[in-house]
Design a protein around this ligand. Structure first.
Ligand code: ZN
Length: 144
């Protein structure tokens, strides 16, 4: 009973640290997506502005004016799409991986944690006992 409570606390601690490291990765990768999206938007806007500056008569022609505005808007849409989709995809990917890790840890990790928490260690050299029933240290031969 007491062991079960301890194991639950253990998995909770692991979950939080895993969640935080996953959150950190999500934030870092989301920042990359933001940079990419903003770069595309800035590139499109800069292209539209520079073409207007280099050729001011362009603005007098409604068709070319609209096309340079269109380029800027297209860049904005692509940039926002990449940023939002990239951020969302990163979030889904890492939360899915985190859940998968959690399930794996619950399936494979629990027996080893239970074993580790009950295994004796040598009072003289600190070597863990080979088995729970072992009477002598496998490393230095000292009695438990
Ligand atoms: Zn020993």
């Amino acid at each position: 009973m007491r062991e079960d409570v301890m194991n639950q606390e253990d998995t909770h601690t692991v979950s939080w640290s895993k969640a935080f490291s996953a959150a950190l990765r999500i934030v870092v990768i989301s920042l990359v997506w933001y940079v990419v999206g903003i770069a595309i938007i800035a590139f499109g806007a800069a292209g539209a502005v520079s073409s207007a500056i280099s050729n001011p008569s362009l603005l007098l022609n409604p068709l070319s004016f609209l096309s340079s505005i269109g380029v800027a808007i297209a860049a904005l849409v692509i940039g926002v799409t990449i940023t939002s989709l990239g951020t969302l995809a990163t979030l889904l990917k890492y939360s899915a991986e985190l859940t998968a890790d959690e399930v794996k840890a619950k399936q494979t990790g629990e027996p080893t944690t239970r074993l580790a928490s009950t295994t004796k260690t040598c009072p003289r050299c600190g070597t863990p006992a080979v088995s729970r029933e072992a009477a002598y240290c496998g490393h230095c031969g000292s009695k438990f």
